[in-house]
Design a protein around this ligand. Structure first.
Ligand SMILES: *[C@@H]1O[C@H](CO)[C@@H](O)[C@H](O)[C@H]1NC(C)=O
Ligand SMILES: *[C@@H]1O[C@H](CO)[C@@H](O)[C@H](O)[C@H]1NC(C)=O
Ligand SMILES: *[C@@H]1O[C@H](CO)[C@@H](O)[C@H](O)[C@H]1NC(C)=O
Ligand SMILES: *[C@@H]1O[C@H](CO)[C@@H](O)[C@H](O)[C@H]1NC(C)=O
Ligand SMILES: *[C@@H]1O[C@H](CO)[C@@H](O)[C@H](O)[C@H]1NC(C)=O
Ligand SMILES: *[C@@H]1O[C@H](CO)[C@@H](O)[C@H](O)[C@H]1NC(C)=O
Ligand SMILES: *[C@@H]1O[C@H](CO)[C@@H](O)[C@H](O)[C@H]1NC(C)=O
Ligand SMILES: *[C@@H]1O[C@H](CO)[C@@H](O)[C@H](O)[C@H]1NC(C)=O
Ligand SMILES: *[C@@H]1O[C@H](CO)[C@@H](O)[C@H](O)[C@H]1NC(C)=O
Ligand SMILES: *[C@@H]1O[C@H](CO)[C@@H](O)[C@H](O)[C@H]1NC(C)=O
Ligand SMILES: *[C@@H]1O[C@H](CO)[C@@H](O)[C@H](O)[C@H]1NC(C)=O
Ligand SMILES: *[C@@H]1O[C@H](CO)[C@@H](O)[C@H](O)[C@H]1NC(C)=O
Length: 726
C-alpha cells in the first residue's frame, strides 16, 4: 500500500487551516521510534491511531527504506508486538506474536524475512513475555532474552491468566514501599528470562513449536535473576514502573547478558541506587556486579545506573551512573568497563562533563553517541569511549527537535526518531558535522496535524535575581500574528526536575492549548529545571516555592514589559504534579491575583502529606531531611498554610490510582475552596494514575479544562451537563 493511503485519515479536509483540536490530537497516529536493521537499509516502526466512531485503537506496521525515506506497509499486522532484526540475513527478523493458541495469556515467537514474508512459528511461550532482545551466536543459534513477572517461590514465569486466584485480597507488609506509582507491590517481580533457538537441519520432535526454518526450541526459559543473593531488596529487571528493554543488553556473541537492578543491600523506598550485573546467557553462573560496592568502579559512583550497552566487539560495556545514592535528579556520568568473562574493570569517561546523559550507542572507531538534554531539548553528542575527564563534548544535533531514539549507521551517521511541539514524529538521518536529512515528518502527512508548522514555538531568556539565565518557551496558535494581542496560558511544568521544551506530548500538548484557547502558552524553565547544569538543578532543594516562584513572577513581568502580543491582563495558569503544587502555592499568594482562573492536576496541597507517597528518596532530598528531624523544611513551602488567601477560581483534577501524589490532596483542596466560596470544580478519574492516559478520559479532561479556561478568558458558558449534583 502506498504512502498516502497508509497515513491520511479518511474524511479529513486537506487544505483548510483550522484550529488543532482535541479529537485530532488524540486520534492522530502515534508512531514508535524507528527500529533499524543491521545493514542500515531498512527501518520498521508501528503506528497506532484511534477511531472515535468505533472507540477503538488500531496498530499498523511500516517499513521505511532509509536511503529514500520511502515508506510502505510492513507485511504483518497488530498481532506483532515487537520485532528484533536477527538471523541469517540483514532482513531476517524474530518477532513476538502477542497471541498463543495453545496457552492462554502466552505469546509466540516467529522468524521471518521482511522482504519475502513467510513466517515460521519457532516457540510457544507460556507467559506474557515482552522486551525481546536477541543475538545470533557463531553456531547459528539465536540467543534471546525477554522479561516477565516471576513467581517468588520458584522463579518460573508468572502468567496472570493461568495463576490461581487467592481466596482473600489482603496484603500484609513488613517494610515500606507498599505501593508504587499506580500499583500495589505484590510477590511477583519482573525478571529476565533467556532462551535459545537451536540451529538444526532436522525437525526437532517436541510439542513446543515446529522446527521448520532450521531453528528449534527446547522450551527451556531460564530466569537469570533467580537465586541471586540479596540482603534487603529483591532483584528486579526492568526497574519498575518505567524501566524497559533499555535496562539490559545481550553481548554481540550472544553469550553474556548485562542488566541492572536496584541495590540488593539497600531499601528501595529511600535509595535510588542500582547496579549493573553480568550473567552468562545460559544462566550457568550467578550474576556478578560490575559497579557498586566492592567493584572496580569509582567509590564516588553509588547511585542509579542506566543503559548498559555492549561494544560491537563485545569487549566493553558502556553505561551511565549517578553519584548520589538517594538523589534521582543527580547527573549521570559515563563509564566504560573492559569485560573479560564475568570480570570487569571500570573507567570513567569525560567525567567533568556537566550534562546528564539518558542514552548511548556505540558507533565506529570507539565513539560513543550519547543523548543528553541541553536547554530542554534532547540532543546527540559524540564522545570517544576513552575520553579523559576534561573532554568537552559538543552537540551535533540542534534544537529544532527533541531526540527520542537513534541508531548509529555503519558510516557513522545516525537515524534519529524525534518529535517537537509541531510534529509528533520526525525521522531523519544526519552525519555529525553535516546537515540533517529529513525522511519523514508527521505534520506533513497526518491530516489531523495539518496546520502545525515549524516556527510556531519560540523562546526568550532573562536573568533572574540569582544571576541565572532563565529560558521560557512560547507556543503560538495557528494564524498567529505579532500585531494581535493574545491571552496567556501560563503553564508550570512538573518534576520539578523535568524540563518542558519544544516537545510533543499527548497529555500536555501545548500547541493544542494554544489553538484551543487562542492564546500564547508559556513554560518557564525555572530554577531546578534540568538541562541547564547540575548546580542549577540542585538549587531546588528546600526551595520549592522560593526561587522558582520568583522566577515565574519575573517571567510574567518580563512578558508584560517586553512582548507586545501577550496580554498579561487576560491570563490563566495551569500545571500538573509539581506544577499543580505551584498552582496551589500561587493561588494562596499575590501572584495568584494575576490570573482569572487556575487549573491544577494531581498536585500536593500539603508538603506534610508527602509521606503517603512511596518515593521517600524524592521528598527527603528535595526537602533536605526527614519530616521528623526537619519538620520545619516541610512547613516552609506548604500551600495548605496559605489556603485562606486562595481566591482565584480553580479547576482541580485528581485520580484514584495516583500513588505518587495521593487523591486526598485534591479532595482536601476542593473541600476547602468550596467551603470558602471560591469557584471551583473537581474532576476525578477512578481508573487513572498520575496521568490521564485513556483517550476517552483524556478527551473529557481536555474538554472540561478548556471550557473552564475559555469561560474565564472569553465568557464561554460553563458546561453544566453532566455535572454530578448533590
Ligand atoms: C487561518 O486563516 C485562514 C485565512 O484567513 C482562515 O481561513 C482559517 O480559518 C484560519 N484558521 C484559524 C484556526 O484561525
Ligand atoms: C471507524 O470506525 C467506524 C465504525 O466501526 C468505521 O465505519 C470506519 O470505517 C472507521 N474509520 C476508519 C478511518 O477506519
Ligand atoms: C499470530 O499468531 C496467530 C495464532 O496465534 C496466527 O494465526 C497469526 O497468523 C500470527 N500472525 C503473525 C503475523 O505471525
Ligand atoms: C511455581 O510456583 C507457582 C506458585 O506456587 C506454581 O503455580 C507454578 O506451577 C510453579 N512453577 C513450576 C515450574 O514449578
Ligand atoms: C516443551 O516440550 C517439552 C517436551 O515435550 C515439555 O517437557 C515442556 O513442558 C514443553 N515446554 C513448554 C514451555 O511448552
Ligand atoms: C550467595 O550467598 C551465599 C551464602 O552467603 C554464598 O555462599 C554465595 O557465594 C553467594 N553467591 C554470590 C554469587 O555472591
Ligand atoms: C531507609 O529505610 C530504612 C528501612 O525503612 C531505614 O532503616 C533507614 O533509616 C532509612 N534511611 C534513610 C536515610 O532514610
Ligand atoms: C564490601 O566489602 C566489605 C569488606 O569485605 C564488606 O564488609 C561489605 O559488606 C561489602 N559490601 C557489599 C555491598 O557487598
Ligand atoms: C548545539 O546546540 C547549540 C545551543 O542550542 C546550538 O546553537 C547549535 O546549533 C547546536 N549544534 C548543532 C551542530 O546543531
Ligand atoms: C519530551 O517528551 C517526552 C515524551 O513525552 C518526555 O519523556 C520528555 O520528558 C519530554 N521532555 C521535555 C524536555 O519536554
Ligand atoms: C541541607 O542539609 C544539610 C545538613 O543536613 C546542610 O548542610 C545543607 O545546607 C542543607 N541544604 C539546604 C539547601 O537547606
Ligand atoms: C494573606 O494575605 C495577607 C495580605 O497579603 C497577608 O498579610 C497574610 O499574611 C496572608 N496570609 C497567609 C496565611 O498567607
Amino acid at each position: 500500500m502506498g504512502f498516502m493511503t497508509a497515513f491520511v485519515a479518511a474524511g479529513a479536509l486537506i487544505g483548510a487551516v483550522r484550529a488543532f483540536d482535541v479529537e485530532d490530537m488524540l486520534a492522530a497516529p502515534r508512531r514508535s521510534t524507528a527500529n533499524v536493521n543491521p545493514s542500515g537499509e531498512w527501518a520498521l516502526f508501528s503506528s497506532t491511531r484511534y477511531n472515535w466512531t468505533s472507540h477503538k485503537a488500531s496498530t499498523t506496521w511500516h517499513l521505511m527504506e532509509v536511503a529514500s525515506g520511502e515508506i510502505s506497509d510492513a507485511p504483518f499486522d497488530s498481532e506483532v508486538s515487537e520485532v528484533v532484526w536477527v538471523g541469517e540475513t540483514d532482513t531476517s527478523i524474530l518477532y513476538i506474536n502477542g497471541t498463543n493458541e495453545e496457552v492462554a495469556g502466552g505469546v509466540t515467537l516467529y522468524t521471518a524475512d521482511v522482504t519475502d514474508f513467510n513466517p515460521t512459528l519457532v516457540a510457544s511461550l507460556d507467559a506474557p513475555f515482552q522486551g525481546l532482545k536477541a543475538q545470533r551466536a557463531e553456531s547459528g543459534d539465536i540467543h534471546f532474552v525477554v522479561t516477565a513477572k516471576a513467581y517468588f517461590n520458584n522463579g518460573s514465569a508468572y502468567n496472570p491468566e493461568l495463576a490461581s486466584q487467592p481466596l482473600s485480597s489482603g496484603g500484609l507488609y513488613d517494610n515500606v514501599f507498599v505501593r508504587h506509582w499506580d500499583f500495589y507491590i505484590e510477590q511477583e517481580r519482573y525478571s529476565i528470562f533467556s532462551g535459545k533457538l537451536s540451529a538444526q537441519q532436522l525437525g526437532y520432535p517436541t510439542g513446543n513449536g515446529t522446527a521448520e526454518g532450521g531453528l528449534s526450541f527446547d522450551g527451556e526459559m531460564k530466569n537469570l535473576l533467580y537465586g541471586m543473593n540479596y540482603t534487603i531488596t529483591r532483584p528486579e529487571t526492568p526497574v519498575q514502573p518505567f524501566g524497559d528493554s533499555g535496562d539490559y543488553d545481550i553481548s554481540p556473541d550472544g553469550q553474556t547478558v548485562a542488566f541492572l537492578t536496584k541495590s540488593p543491600h539497600l531499601p528501595k523506598a529511600n535509595y535510588t541506587a542500582s547496579y549493573i550485573y553480568l550473567v552468562p546467557h545460559d544462566g550457568s553462573e550467578e550474576p556478578v556486579a560490575i559497579n557498586g560496592p566492592n567493584t572496580t568502579a569509582p567509590e564516588t559512583a553509588q547511585g542509579a545506573s542506566g543503559y548498559p550497552r555492549w561494544s560491537p566487539d563485545g569487549t566493553k560495556l558502556a553505561y551511565g551512573q549517578q553519584d548520589g545514592i538517594s538523589y534521582e535528579s543527580d547527573r549521570f556520568k559515563l563509564y566504560v568497563a573492559n569485560i573479560d568473562g564475568l570480570n570487569s574493570e571500570v573507567n570513567s569517561v569525560a567525567e567533568d562533563w556537566d550534562s546528564t546523559p539518558s542514552a548511548l550507542a556505540w558507533g565506529p572507531e570507539g565513539k560513543l553517541y550519547v543523548a543528553s538534554e541541553l536547554n530542554a531539548m534532547n540532543r546527540l553528542w559524540l564522545i570517544p569511549y576513552d575520553a579523559e575527564a576534561s573532554f568537552k563534548p559538543t552537540n551535533f544535533t540542534g534544537e529544532d527537535s527533541y531526540v527520542s531514539d537513534y541508531t548509529v549507521l555503519k558510516d557513522g551517521s545516525v537515524l534519529v526518531s524525534s518529535a517537537s511541539g509541531w510534529t509528533s514524529r520526525e525521522f531523519y538521518t544526519q552525519k555529525p558535522g553535516e546537515d540533517k536529512k529529513v525522511l519523514f515528518s508527521a505534520n506533513k502527512v497526518d491530516a489531523e496535524l495539518e496546520g502545525l508548522e515549524q516556527g510556531s514555538t519560540d523562546y526568550f531568556w532573562f536573568t533572574n535575581k540569582d544571576g541565572d539565565d532563565i529560558q521560557t518557551f512560547m507556543f503560538k496558535p495557528t494564524n498567529f500574528s505579532e500585531s494581535e494581542k493574545y491571552p496567556i496560558a501560563f503553564v508550570v511544568h512538573g518534576g520539578p526536575q523535568v524540563a518542558q521544551g519544544d516537545n510533543w506530548s499527548t497529555r500536555w500538548n501545548l500547541r493544542l492549548w494554544a489553538d484551543q484557547l487562542n492564546a500564547i502558552v508559556t513554560t518557564v524553565q525555572f530554577t531546578g529545571t534540568p538541562s541547564y547544569g547540575q548546580e542549577f538543578t540542585d538549587k531546588i532543594a528546600n526551595n520549592w516555592a522560593g526561587t522558582p516562584y520568583e522566577d515565574l513572577q519575573e517571567a510574567f513581568e518580563y512578558m508584560k514589559e517586553n512582548i507586545s502580543y501577550i496580554d498579561t491582563d487576560n491570563a490563566i495558569a495551569a500545571g500538573a504534579s509539581y506544577g499543580a503544587f505551584m498552582m496551589n502555592w500561587i493561588n494562596g499568594h499575590d501572584f495568584g491575583r494575576k490570573f482569572k482562573a487556575i487549573v491544577s492536576h494531581d498536585g500536593k496541597l500539603s508538603q506534610r502529606g508527602a509521606y503517603a507517597t512511596e518515593e521517600l528518596w524524592f521528598i527527603q532530598k528535595d526537602q533536605n531531611g526527614t519530616i521528623w528531624d526537619n519538620p520545619e523544611n516541610y512547613a516552609l513551602w506548604d500551600p495548605l498554610d496559605h489556603i485562606r488567601n486562595s481566591t482565584t477560581p480553580q479547576f482541580i483534577v485528581h485520580n484514584d490510582l495516583d500513588y505518587r501524589v495521593v487523591v486526598s490532596d485534591g479532595i482536601m483542596l476542593f473541600n476547602i475552596l468550596q467551603s470558602r466560596g471560591v469557584p471551583s470544580r473537581f474532576l476525578h478519574f477512578p481508573d487513572e494514575g498520575h496521568w490521564v492516559v485513556n483517550r476517552e478520559n483524556s478527551k473529557l479532561w481536555h474538554e472540561y479544562i478548556f471550557n473552564w479556561c475559555r469561560h474565564y478568558l472569553e465568557g464561554e458558558e460553563l458546561i453544566e451537563e453532566p455535572v454530578i449534583k448533590q
